[in-house]
Design a protein around this ligand. Sequence first.
Ligand SMILES: [Zn+2]
Length: 382
Amino acid sequence: MPSRSTPVTPWTPAFVADAVAATLKRAVEQDLHQAISEVARERGLSSATVDEWVARARSVPAAPVPPGLVTCHDCDHPMILVQLPGCPPVYLCMPACGRAPVPAQALRDAVAQAVLHRAPHLVPPGKTHCAAAYAPGGIHRVAVGAGPTDLHVTWRSEPRQLVGPRMSMAQRLTYAWTRAEHGDHARAIEALQTGLLHTDPTNDLPALDVATANAAALLAELTLTHGDPSAALSWARWACRSLRRLRGGTSPEARAALKVLATVYRRTSKLPEAADCYRDLVRHHTLADGPRALPTLAAQATLALVLYQDGHCVQARQLLARTTAEHRATHPGHRDGPRLRQELTRMRATCVDQRHGHPAGIDDPPHDSTAAFTMGAQRHDS
Ligand SMILES: [Zn+2]
């Protein structure tokens, strides 16, 4: 058991809310754990205590009201759950603006009542006891005025059915993976969207935890598979940025997300951006697995295809010829070999047909000038 802080000054809800606010603010600049340690040290608290406060404020499964839903009507800041030993749980704005804390159970009941009154269809049968958890499906924001019954509710113009609103992000990710593996992409997408309802991937705040970043990456991937690459773009970008920061660019998770982003760019015809992503991917695969590992060569081959698509045919052919030769040398007999060679032949034939006027043999590496190169790396980006 981690040791807990012994309060020097009596802890108040406002003290807790301020500590959580300071931690989350700092976590945008650095790692969450580092932010927790620093804030704990500065305020004479143990890291375990601050960790517990932050976890309670962000936790979904046991929250009376879903995190991210309520704001303070006076100061407009988000309100979080605060629970001190021996006291009933309350909601208070972070940082605290000086208002009185709002009893959590009363707030939960009022939010549940609002959703059951106006949008009962959003609460599945048998779930009335936890109706507040389904509120984000119909409600965008609840601004809390003087007390739990003075609510200013902003309803969504397009209500949505939530999937397992009380699941933690880690549980949700497992659930979505399983659904996707069984071919139920629609359900997987809905489950991920439920968990990311209060996340705006276009703002500057990256994910604070790996599960959330991975959920965004999976959402991007499934949305892309479902033929909506433009909807996938913002999630892919956000997942990539978040995972790079949380795990480092060379980590398997960050590379997987980068591959999704590269594919999204390619499908939306943003070819220079796609090429940049594939260059990064080649670099990270090289660092992780070596310059001639299959993932590295696959990314390199796909980069060549993207360059070709974008009109850089000489550069593309040279890169593809080099990749094909490297692939043949290090992975002889591998099933992608013939596809690589076919694709290279196709590129050359197209250049000849369209009279691009490159000197013959421009992309033939000197050590392998007789090879009948051909290649097909379309499958590499799937
Ligand atoms: Zn306030």
